[in-house]
Design a protein around this ligand. Structure first.
Ligand SMILES: Cc1cc2nc3c(=O)[nH]c(=O)nc-3n(C[C@H](O)[C@H](O)[C@H](O)COP(=O)(O)OP(=O)(O)OC[C@H]3O[C@@H](n4cnc5c(N)ncnc54)[C@H](O)[C@@H]3O)c2cc1C
Length: 429
């Protein structure tokens, strides 16, 4: 008997869906990718504003993002020229500077901590003691708990929490330290600090996110025979006689024998409504990320490409001139929920400009500003959260996305890993 050819629908053109479609078309499998928006990339995409390409949010990658780096290399992007690689250096304005030297891991972190004169010896030793304890525990907790609980339990001084552990938590998990999962935080620490010394490097895109990832991925999918349908929101999936019937918002219907649902989690429930899947599988809470772009005159240059702040609203400021030749443009990131959400955009911009002027008194009046508020930037990565499996209880129906099973927070790396494993599941079926 002939085995029917695999005909796969990927619903969602974010990085999880694009990665899955790329992997499947590479293996010669017939794929159609449906994306509701007019453009690909989902939560990691570029947009045009005042003639400039801005990202929907300044993204930071880590040297430990091996799946991402392999994917970038495989789609013909030279990571050395597309990403600015900074050996772990934290310039926390008015607080401290951590500069990890190029030593084997984890010595680079320990050396960096020991030579950070802005921390007291008590603080330095507390951080090192904590790291040694984590290493002995193999970065594994017997029970997950909120990160702040763990840090207090392990006697981490308040300033160390505020200057080091909390900014890293917001950057990596986008979740307040009071509720963030200590175990997921430790997973990121382990991947970044415990293996190769380059794993903790910060990698900042020099290209906009669409040019770095979604556009080359789309080109490759098409060149491998895949079909990409933009502006095509899928509204429902039904199943009969082993096939899936997809209906789009404009009432077109399509038939496939495998489906990967690669939307963000809050879209999944409606899509699975007519299938026999547990309804609670994608019940998450979400955290926002605000990016405030401030354009100063083009001769303006900040002292560092990336500066952290530990007081006020701004958390990180990126000098896009040093990063991607957008001279005078500063991108300020505010991760997770906070009082800034109560401000109007005008008030928020003013508050950020004031904070930047206090930190860098030479800054002149800016020319324009733009706020991008991603209200559901990531799922809230809280302690004890469970994630749905990628293989659902409906045969040949899989989930992909940064929220699916795995040991990572909502990141590009998590999305790409999930896309790869969803493709793998289809290939094995
Ligand atoms: C502002 C911001 C900053 C971030 N910073 C970082 C960072 O520094 N480092 C990092 O690693 N990660 C960061 N992230 C997280 C990262 O961008 C995401 O984890 C990742 O992009 C998620 O990819 P995904 O494919 O899982 O989901 P998504 O990108 O959400 O993709 C889902 C896609 O499905 C489409 N879709 C939804 N419903 C339908 C439907 N019915 N039919 C068809 N298509 C549909 C959507 O339009 C979307 O394109 C950030 C995210 C944001 C928003």
């Amino acid at each position: 008997m002939d085995v029917p050819l695999k005909k796969v629908a990927v619903i969602g053109g974010g990085l999880a869906g694009l990665t899955a479609a790329n992997k499947l078309t590479e293996a010669g499998i017939h794929v159609t990718l449906f994306e509701a928006a007019p453009q690909l990339g989902g939560r990691a995409r570029a947009l045009t504003w005042k003639g400039q390409r801005l990202d929907n949010g300044q993204h930071i990658l880590l040297g430990a993002y091996h799946a991402t780096l392999n994917l970038i290399a495989s789609i013909g992007i030279d990571a050395n020229s597309a990403l600015l690689r900074l050996p772990l250096t934290l310039n926390m304005h008015g607080a401290f500077r951590l500069n990890a030297k190029r030593l084997p891991a984890p010595l680079h972190l320990l050396f960096g901590l020991l030579s950070t004169e802005d921390l007291s010896w008590t603080e330095r030793f507390a951080a090192i003691r904590f790291f040694i304890w984590l290493k002995a525990k193999r970065f594994k907790l017997s029970i997950d708990e909120p990160l702040l609980n763990l840090l207090v339990r392990k006697q981490q001084p308040t300033r160390l929490i505020k200057w080091l552990w909390e900014p890293l938590c917001l950057a990596a998990l986008n979740t307040p330290i009071e509720t963030a999962s200590a175990q997921i935080y430790l997973n990121v620490l382990k991947d970044s600090f415990n293996q190769s010394k380059t794993d903790s490097d910060l990698l900042l895109p020099k290209l906009d996110l669409s040019k770095l990832l979604s556009e080359p991925l789309a080109n490759r999918i098409r060149s491998q025979g895949g079909n990409i349908e933009l502006n095509k929101a899928i509204e429902s999936i039904q199943q009969s006689e082993g096939n899936f019937h997809l209906t789009s918002a404009n009432q077109e219907s399509f038939e496939f024998n495998h489906v990967i649902v690669a939307t963000s989690p809050h879209h999944v429930k409606a899509l699975l409504e007519r299938l026999d899947t547990p309804k609670e599988i994608t019940q998450f809470e979400y955290q926002p990320i605000y990016t405030v772009y401030i354009q100063y005159p083009s001769h303006i240059k900040l002292p560092n490409v990336m500066t952290g702040f530990t007081q006020g609203i701004a958390q990180w400021a990126f000098d896009r001139g040093q990063l991607c030749e957008q001279h005078g443009l500063v991108a300020v990131i505010i991760s997770a929920a906070g009082s800034h959400q109560k401000l109007t955009q005008e008030m928020l911009v003013k508050a950020i400009i004031d904070e930047l002027s206090i930190a860098f008194p030479q800054l002149p009046t800016p020319e324009w500003s733009k706020v991008i508020a991603e209200k559901r930037a990531t799922f809230a990565c809280t302690a004890g959260l469970s994630h749905p499996k990628q293989k659902t209880n409906v045969q040949n129906l899989y989930l992909a996305g940064d929220y699916t099973e795995g040991n990572y927070p909502a990141t590009i790396e998590g999305a790409i890993r999930s896309g790869l494993s969803a493709a793998q599941l289809v290939m094995q079926s």
